[in-house]
Design a protein around this ligand. Structure first.
Ligand code: ARG
Length: 457
């Protein structure tokens, strides 16, 4: 050991090298402590049941480890668990703590696993939980948008293409467009959930161990659907899991960003279709009259950021050789930022949407005659005229459309999903099914964890 080296659980390391390689792990890993404790509880429970002599853990030893792990989980909740630079990360901090409390029993915990499968497991548990939270928040916002749409389903709003006035539409169609968009984004989130819900634990450094470990058991104890079969793939899927999850988040942000952009445009005084809640707008330091839609602008910016995080993760792993590589550590921060950003955007947008007030006068005033042109042409079709002839006749007589009434016109569109054909019962069922599916998954996970933490008799 050189005089200046730092002593760590896994050897002595030059302090500059330690500082560089540890990076932000002592802070970021605080979010993984709970999940790593659960992973460790499953691992030690499996080792206790494993047919192997000499016996690694008696039931009492195992129970003591699980009690200490729960103690660590409580301490981290209260901000009382510290990961030092010499610990490197949460995994070695937890091992150090167990060893301080339990001596040799603590020193046995790492038998048959590597930090590589350990961190991959903790990250999957973290992502699985974050995905469920994101889904809840996503459904809450979809619900707000659909309720808003239902309340104003008969309120006319000009439908636009190229941002130019196009056809008569409604506030109901506009709001449920984004509500349904978020419901559709649930497909990606569930797909990421299923991808994540397999267990890498027991793959060790990526090549397994010469011990009769029971990987299906640890998978069941952690509420995973199954173990990831191939040990090397279990390791290689780190980074890819983050990529899949963050891609699903970026789809949500894409929906939010377009909603935010619409709100920015339609709350401009020139449109004034909607008034954003005052508390969601900020003033200017020089212009006394200002109320700016900063929240929406920042959501647009955050969307760009989450899309950048997808690219950063992909770039980190795309040319990585098979097996563990330390740059995987960096995907952790990218993934965590994506969840934090997306979830904050969903929560603030839910509050904003429930405070929007439409302005019926301005919404109706925007119906310049041309907006009715297509509807009028289709009226002529009803009297037997070929569509192209009707098209030209209307085009040459746009002023004649002045007398058309937006309320009447939007009542005429009764087919699926149009102004007067929106199926709010279908939306209510869709929302309910999604909520129930989330509760169902939570129940399965909670049941697994409750069983895992019980003492062995
Ligand atoms: N903190 C590390 C990470 O996030 C843990 C794994 C370290 N493994 C290793 N072989 N150095 O990747």
């Amino acid at each position: 050991m050189k005089a200046k080296d730092t002593k760590t659980v896994v050897g002595n390391i030059d302090p500059d090298v330690l500082h560089f390689t540890v990076g932000k792990d002592p802070i970021l890993d605080l979010k993984l402590v709970k999940w790593d404790c659960l992973g460790s509880a499953a691992h030690v429970t499996m080792l206790t049941k494993m047919k192997y002599t000499p016996r690694l853990f008696s039931k009492q030893d195992r129970n003591n480890v699980v009690v200490e792990l729960q103690e660590i989980m409580k301490r981290v909740e209260k901000d009382e668990f510290i990961i030092t630079e010499a610990d490197q990360d949460c995994h070695l901090a937890i091992e150090r703590t167990l060893t301080e409390k339990l001596g040799d029993v603590g020193r046995r915990v790492h038998t048959g696993r590597s930090r590589n499968d350990q961190v991959a497991t903790a990250i999957r548990l973290y992502i699985r939980d974050e995905l469920l939270c994101t889904m809840e928040e996503n459904i809450a916002l979809a619900n707000s948008l659909i309720s808003f749409g239902k309340k104003y389903k008969k309120l006319p709003m000009v439908g636009r293409t190229h941002l130019q006035p196009a056809m008569p539409s409604s506030v109901g169609v506009w709001a449920t467009c984004y509500g349904e968009g978020l419901l559709d984004d649930m497909h990606g989130l569930w797909s990421a959930f299923d991808f994540t819900n397999r267990n890498p634990l027991g793959s060790a450094a990526s090549y397994g161990v010469p011990l009769p470990t029971d990987r299906p058991l640890t998978a069941a104890l952690l509420g995973f659907a199954e173990p990831i079969h191939n040990v090397m793939y279990a390791g290689n899927s780190r980074g890819k899991t983050e990529y899949v999850a963050v891609t699903a988040l970026s789809n949500v942000m894409l929906t939010l960003s377009r909603l935010a952009e619409d709100l920015i445009i339609f709350s401009m005084p020139e449109f004034a279709y909607f008034k954003l809640p005052k508390e969601f707008c900020t003033g200017s330091s020089i212009m006394p009259q200002k109320y700016n839609p900063d929240v929406c602008e920042l959501i647009r910016g955050k969307a760009a950021r989450v899309m950048g995080l997808v690219t950063s993760i992909a770039a980190t792993v795309k040319a990585m050789a098979g097996g563990y590589n330390r740059d995987l550590q960096d995907t952790k921060e990218l993934m965590m930022e994506a969840f934090e950003t997306t979830r904050a955007a969903l929560r603030i947008m839910s509050r904003l949407v429930s405070g929007i007030t439409p302005n019926p006068e301005r919404l109706r005033e925007a119906f310049e005659p041309g907006v009715f042109a297509t509807d009028r042409a289709l009226e002529l079709v009803a009297s037997g005229m070929p569509f192209r002839d009707a098209y030209h006749q209307v085009r040459d007589n746009l002023e004649a459309l002045k007398s058309m009434d937006p309320d009447n016109v939007i009542a005429q569109k009764t087919h699926t999903g149009a102004t007067n054909g929106l199926d709010f019962e279908m939306y209510a069922d869709w929302l309910k099914n999604q909520k129930e599916a989330i509760v169902e998954e939570r129940k399965k996970i909670d049941k697994a964890f409750a069983g895992l933490l019980k003492p062995l008799k």
